[in-house]
Design a protein around this ligand. Structure first.
Ligand SMILES: Nc1nc2c(c(=O)[nH]1)N[C@H]1C(S)=C(S)[C@@H](COP(=O)(O)O)O[C@H]1N2
Ligand SMILES: [Mo]
Length: 302
């Protein structure tokens, strides 16, 4: 496919124009000035062909505990989070550690549209047209040292802008981790937008992880730190309830959550009767990722 780059899609007005392109061919024909801009990105080979959820579902039904535990809390409160300026500390076992501002993090990384299913451990799902780039591209740029075995991620901790952080229920900051081979897999992206627009705050602005073969909680939002480490890092849901949330958290219809089945999922927005469907092994990416777990017992490494 033709790869979009950061310069293709900034400044913001071009995003808006692309949005118009995507919403109607009539707009394109009537507006010759827009015809020079990118064609709609050809579908990534990693995208699902399922229809994306409405933007309204994707931005109104969220999990982002920094803003509360209700699905509507992120949409209501995340507007207060200041996302500019934004920088990410990249440290640990890397050749070029440092504090990188967002533009620098994105520099030279080809942006793609990736339409991925987001499968929450709560047994609902959504289909989201993300815009992002492969995490491997960034890790290669900073230089992963040979001792690194895992990647640890942290979210912003700023209680004055994040009312949910008043609750000690989670030990802030929210944190997640991947094994290095999972982090380097081409399916794993850092997303900076969705539906052709900059990332809405409630979805993890300005930059969040998306790992489509894992339950939604692994896809950590509003990242401020990425650390290359030699030991399996602590992760928020595992710290909270290790019997229910393992480090791997691969989507697996055969391994139930102790309190509910993972065999099927409810598609958000599909209506009361239309939405239930079978959950696929690795969320549909078995061919791509099963090889990462050869020799592991997935009922133990859940
Ligand atoms: N920092 C942070 N990241 C987070 C969460 C969170 O509470 N805090 N929730 C996770 C969970 S449980 C899910 S299902 C997804 C939801 O992503 P979405 O709101 O964009 O659909 O974000 C994940 N990333
Ligand atoms: Mo989730």
């Amino acid at each position: 496919m033709r790869r979009l780059t950061w310069s293709d899609v900034t400044p913001k007005p071009i995003w808006l124009n692309r949005r118009q392109l995507m919403t109607g061919a009539a707009t394109l024909l009537a507006t010759p000035a827009l015809a020079r801009l990118d064609p709609e990105p050809t579908p990534s080979r990693y995208s699902t062909t399922e229809a994306p959820n409405a933007l309204e579902d994707i931005t109104a039904y969220n999990n982002f505990y920094e803003f509360g535990t209700g699905k509507g809390d992120p949409a209501e409160y995340a507007g207060a989070m200041k996302t500019d300026p934004w920088s990410i500390v990249i440290d640990g076992l890397v050749d070029r550690p440092g504090t990188y501002d967002l533009a620098d993090v994105m520099k030279g990384q080809p942006l793609e549209e990736r339409i991925y299913r987001l499968r929450c451990v709560e047994a609902w799902s959504m289909v989201v047209p993300w815009i992002g780039f492969e995490l491997a591209g960034l890790l290669n740029r900073v230089g992963v040292q040979s001792g690194a075995k895992f990647v640890a991620f942290e979210t912003l901790a700023r209680p004055e802008e994040m009312p949910g952080q008043a609750s000690p229920f989670i030990e802030w900051p929210y944190r997640e981790g991947l094994r290095l081979d999972e982090a380097m897999h081409p399916l794993t992206i850092l997303a900076t937008g969705l539906y052709g627009e900059a990332m809405p705050n409630q979805n993890g602005a300005p930059i969040r992880l998306v790992v489509p073969w894992k339950y939604g909680f692994k896809s950590i939002k509003s990242i401020v730190r990425i650390s290359l480490v030699d030991k399996m890092p602590p992760t928020t849901w595992n710290m909270l309830q290790p019997s229910e949330y393992g480090f791997y958290s691969n989507v697996n219809p055969k391994v139930d959550h102790p309190r509910w089945s993972q065999a099927s999922e409810r598609r958000i927005g599909a209506g009361l009767f239309g939405g239930r469907q079978d959950t696929l092994m690795f969320n549909g990416y078995e061919a791509e990722v099963a090889g990462l777990y050869v020799g592991q017992d997935l009922t133990v490494d859940f």
